[in-house]
Structure formats: structure tokens, C-alpha cells
Design a protein around this ligand. Structure first.
Ligand code: IMP
Ligand code: MG
Length: 174
């Protein structure tokens, strides 16, 4: 389906599990006190977030946000609207925003503006993958799983036309 095929496994299940466990430890150590809210950006983060929170050894709550680009449907429009706004109060809490992949960073930049306005106690981003092409990346990007090749990746939550999200590994397409 989708006219494309898996070309090569870029990060296999074992590599992902090991890195997610490390990220869980990093996040546990980074938040010795206070209310922690792990906020997943749907849909791409759903598998990563599920694995990540089970590696964080301190109390936390989970919520999600759903975002959409305005207007043309191109993510380059630079404007993001929340389709689902978390029910949870954000003010005064440590927030870790969980993203699947940072590509141009347009989505992330807009979301950070929206979330900063809610006056959290702190705001950090945990991205599974970063293509490293975002210019002037914001200081909030504190936790990154892997530097990603500049290819189109699928699996472990990442899709191409809504396919491939269920794959337990991350691959590129041919
Ligand atoms: P950005 O706004 O350009 O950083 O794009 C971020 C969003 O585009 C991610 O949250 C993904 O949903 C999607 N995206 C970017 N690169 C890839 C990729 O290689 N595979 C799958 N989705 C991607
Ligand atoms: Mg997508």
C-alpha cells in the first residue's frame, strides 16, 4: 500500500529499547521534584510515549495534544492550531512535550509558543528523532533519542500516508 516499500531498517527494536530506557533515566533525574506532565503530540508519538513513560521512575501524568497546520495543509504554513487541547492544567507544572521527529521544526516552534503562554513551571521537548536541520533550535529541546538521517522514516509511530505506524522498528522507504 502507498506504492512504497521498506528499504532499510535504520533503528532496530533493540536499539530503540536501549535508547528509550536511557531517555527515561535522563528524564527521571532531570525532575527530582514537582508535578510532571508528559504531553504527547499525536499521532506520531503514541508508541514512543507508551514505552518512554514506563521507563520514567517518578510520579507523572500523561496527556496528549493534537495539532494541525492552518490553511493550505502544507506544514510550511508556519501556523499551528490545537485540535485537541489538554484537559489538564498546564500552569505551574513541569511539561515534557513528546514528539516523534523534528524535521524543519515548524510544528514544534508553534507548539512551544502556545505552551509557553500557558505558563508552565518548565517546558522541555523530548523528541525520538531529530534530523538536525532546524535552524536556531530552541533551548527547550533537551532530550533527543537519535540523530536521524535526512531520509523519510517510518515505523514506531511514524507514518507515510497513515501506513507503517505499527512497525516495531524505524526504517526508510524506497
Ligand atoms: P516539521 O514541522 O517539519 O518539523 O515536521 C514535523 C512533523 O512532520 C513530524 O511530527 C512528523 O509528523 C512529520 N515528519 C517529518 N519528517 C518525517 C519523516 O521522516 N517520517 C514521518 N513523518 C515525518
Ligand atoms: Mg505524519
Amino acid at each position: 500500500m502507498g506504492g512504497k516499500e521498506i528499504h532499510r531498517v535504520v533503528f532496530d527494536e533493540a536499539a530503540i529499547a536501549a535508547r528509550v530506557a536511557q531517555l527515561g533515566r535522563e528524564i527521571t533525574e532531570a525532575y527530582p521534584e514537582g508535578d510532571l506532565l508528559v504531553l504527547g503530540l499525536l499521532k506520531g508519538s503514541f508508541i514512543f510515549l507508551g514505552d518512554l513513560v514506563r521507563q520514567i521512575d517518578r510520579p507523572l501524568q500523561v496527556d496528549f495534544i493534537v495539532a494541525s497546520s492552518y490553511g493550505t495543509g502544507k506544514s510550511s504554513s508556519g501556523h499551528v492550531r490545537l485540535l485537541y487541547d489538554p484537559m489538564t492544567v498546564l500552569e505551574g507544572r513541569h511539561i515534557v512535550l513528546v514528539e516523534d521527529i523534528i524535521d524543519t521544526g515548524t510544528t514544534l516552534r508553534c507548539l512551544l509558543d502556545l505552551l509557553r503562554a500557558r505558563q508552565p513551571r518548565s517546558l522541555a521537548v523530548c523528541a525520538l528523532l531529530d534530523k538536525g536541520i532546524m535552524s536556531g533550535p530552541p533551548d527547550e529541546i533537551r532530550f533527543v533519542g537519535f540523530q536521524a538521517p535526512k531520509a523519510f522514516l517510518v515505523g514506531y509511530g511514524l507514518d507515510h500516508a497513515e501506513e507503517y505506524r505499527h512497525l516495531p522498528f524505524i526504517a526508510d522507504l524506497a
